[in-house]
Design a protein around this ligand. Structure first.
Ligand code: ADP
Ligand code: MG
Length: 621
């Protein structure tokens, strides 16, 4: 077995193996590396193009196709063509319900806080699995272009991504067979691409204005001593270049005196118009301000000049400027205090956008690095730093292994991720799984594997004296504080009652360099099976919970149901119990969905009756 040495101070693996940088985007994804000259470079495998549309199509045999070829199916097979999956990563149905109409594929509404699933054909996919398909494609392209195995990567995420979205990104990487060395904020990567932060003695305040296909975000970073601190972020996750295309399309429909409702029925025509609108938008940015875009689709005239285009998008661009204002306010800064404004995202190629950003900040924004490559290029630089190839950069102290607690089904829930800089603090809220539960076991683990039994147990304690409440009601906050010496303090408190408990642990004691190496190597070797196993455990846990709730419902509120309904519910419960004996995630999810679907109206009925009962009991005096 190859021996990999690890720099314990940084958590970095030191070997001459390449580490790539990946920009996993909502619209497009791409991969970059450091070329032999020491410069970052994007990968264009066999002339297939640099940008890989973040689209996955599944055929009838559940075989995945990624990129522009998958995009062709948006029209012919929309229900099995998944786009914008990044919006769903680490989210529950409740999180995305408001925008459910944006997606033309099936998102499972299990009316709960559980993470979303997407159905394509007869299979269920988590956003993690779908993102993994995109990452696998990028990995394959990098391997093909560089003629070397690629097993490690730095992946970027928006600065506003929360813990579970970051963890989901990490898991997607693992599932794609990549050891994710670090998750980096997109604006941090963009700054690195411009060389900002590479000189430790330099202090700068930077704005990164990132306008992509469907999302906009602005981040304000303070960079000093090699530390990138996000002072503020703002934006709109449903605003981007797609809105510009739509505005042009609507303009043409109006100009040609067409009926929108009629045209909208013709999906092929709509798509053709949309593509033409995107072409017009790009063309105008490349041409002189006086030029006119003028093409035809059949009888429809598609003409556009810069002034009209600017007017069409002005409202949207104004919205982004308002977001910039708000971010500045949150960071308590004025535009004069900003040293650099950096542009990222393909839509910042729009001249009008550049003009407005320059007007607002009172300085010319940097766009000398291709805005749709800037994030991936920066990720490659970060990868190079982690590989130990840039001794000029001050490396932060980081924890070499993840720290977390055991949750249902024996899963490791990471609270402080590996490579987090110390000191650091992180926490999460948990609840009970059984009615009337008064004690909660808190077991702390260290390691990268998804099942705690594969990791190293550091400590276990019990939070006692939680007042008896129905399952799910107690709110237990668990906080980890890792100080600069590597001492971990775990603090647990039940918020409703104030019951609390604290414990101090020294996580790295007794771990030799070899042990850490082995734990990391194991996590790389078992990455795929771990994530797969975790998905099964999650499906099982959700199913068991539902069986428990459904059975309890029947015994408590049986009088609200007909005999036939009770018997059918029991049939669904039995089917789910049988499915639980298998280890097939899709069967379990299918049966869970069936039971969910069937029982969903019941709760409402009980509520209605309860309200009616309460009303009846009231007397008007
Ligand atoms: P994301 O980060 O969301 O994945 P990208 O940064 O790849 O997205 O941006 C994609 C968007 O950039 C699309 O809306 C596309 O139309 C737009 N875009 C690409 N090139 C240009 C251009 N030359 N002028 C205007 N918009 C462009
Ligand atoms: Mg982007």
């Amino acid at each position: 077995m190859a021996k990999i040495s690890i720099n314990l101070a940084t958590g970095a693996l030191q070997k001459e193996e390449i580490i790539v940088g990946i920009d996993l985007g909502t619209t497009n994804s791409l991969v970059a590396f450091i070329n032999p000259d020491g410069n970052p470079q994007v990968i264009n495998d066999a002339g297939k193009g640099i940008l890989v549309p973040s689209i996955v199509h599944f055929d009838e045999h559940n075989v995945a196709l990624v990129g522009s070829e998958a995009a062709c199916f948006l029209l012919t097979d929309p229900t099995n063509t998944i786009f914008s999956v990044k919006r769903l990563l680490g989210r529950s149905y409740k999180d995305v319900a408001e925008h459910a109409d944006v997606f033309s594929y099936k998102i499972i509404d299990d009316d709960s806080d559980a993470l979303v699933k997407i159905q394509a054909g007869n299979k269920f996919y988590t956003p993690i699995e779908l993102s993994a398909e995109i990452l696998k494609e990028l990995k394959a392209r990098a391997e093909h272009a560089l003629k070397t195995p690629v097993n490690r990567a730095v992946i970027t995420v928006p600065a506003y991504f929360n813990d579970s979205q970051r963890q989901a990104t990490r898991d997607a990487g693992k599932l794609a067979g990549l050891d994710v060395m670090r998750i980096v904020n997109e604006p941090t990567a963009a700054s690195l691409a411009y060389g900002i932060g590479l000189n430790p003695s330099q202090q700068k305040t930077v704005v990164v204005y990132d306008l992509g296909g469907g999302t906009f975000d602005v981040s304000i970073l303070q960079i000093q001593n090699g530390i990138f601190e996000v002072l503020a972020t703002n934006g709109n996750t449903y605003l981007g270049g797609d809105d510009f295309d739509r505005a042009i399309l609507n303009y043409w429909i109006e100009k040609n005196q067409l009926n929108f409702q009629e045209i909208a029925k013709d999906h092929v025509l709509m798509q053709t118009l949309r593509l033409k609108a995107e072409k017009a938008k790009r063309a105008l940015n490349a041409l002189s301000p006086q030029s006119l875009f003028n093409e035809q689709i059949g009888e429809i005239w598609c003409t556009l000049d810069k002034k009209t285009f600017d007017n069409l998008i002005a409202i949207k661009v104004e919205e982004t400027i308002t977001a910039c204002k708000n971010a500045l306010k949150d960071a308590d800064l004025t535009t004069e205090q900003i040293d650099e404004v950096i542009l990222g995202g393909g839509s910042t190629r729009t001249n009008y956008v550049k003009e407005k950003v320059a007007d607002f900040f009172g300085k010319i924004p940097r766009d000398d690095i291709n805005p749709d490559e800037v994030v991936a290029l920066g990720a490659a630089i970060q990868a190079d730093v982690l590989a130990g190839n840039r001794s000029d950069i001050l490396l932060l102290d980081v924890t070499p292994l993840s720290l977390g607690i055991e949750t249902m089904g024996g899963l490791m829930d990471v609270i402080i991720g590996r490579n987090s800089k110390v000191p650091t603090k992180a926490g999460r809220q948990y609840t009970t799984s059984v009615d009337g539960q008064v004690n909660m076991k808190i077991a702390v683990f260290q390691g990268e594997r998804d099942l705690v039994k594969e990791n190293r147990k550091l400590a276990e304690f019990e939070l006692k004296g939680i007042p008896a409440m129905p399952a799910g009601l107690p709110k237990v906050d668990i906080n980890f504080l890792l100080n600069a010496d590597g001492i971990l303090t775990v603090h647990a408190v039940e918020l409703r009652s104030g019951v609390k408990q604290e414990i101090e642990i020294t996580p790295s004691y007794g771990l030799s360099d070899e042990t850490v190496e082995k734990m990391l190597l194991d996590s790389i070797t078992h990455a795929k099976s771990d994530v797969a196993e975790r998905m099964i455990v999650e499906a099982k846990t959700a199913a068991e919970q539902l069986v428990y709730t459904a059975e309890r419902f029947i015994s408590k509120h049986g009088e609200f149901l007909t005999v036939a309904e009770i018997s059918e519910t029991n049939t669904h419960i039995e089917a789910l119990k049988t499915a639980l004996k298998s280890s097939d995630k899709d069967i379990i999810l299918n049966k869970t969905e069936d039971l969910n679907e069937f029982t969903r109206p019941f709760a409402e009925r009980v509520m209605d009756k309860a309200i009616a009962g309460a009303m009846k009991g009231k007397r008007v005096e």
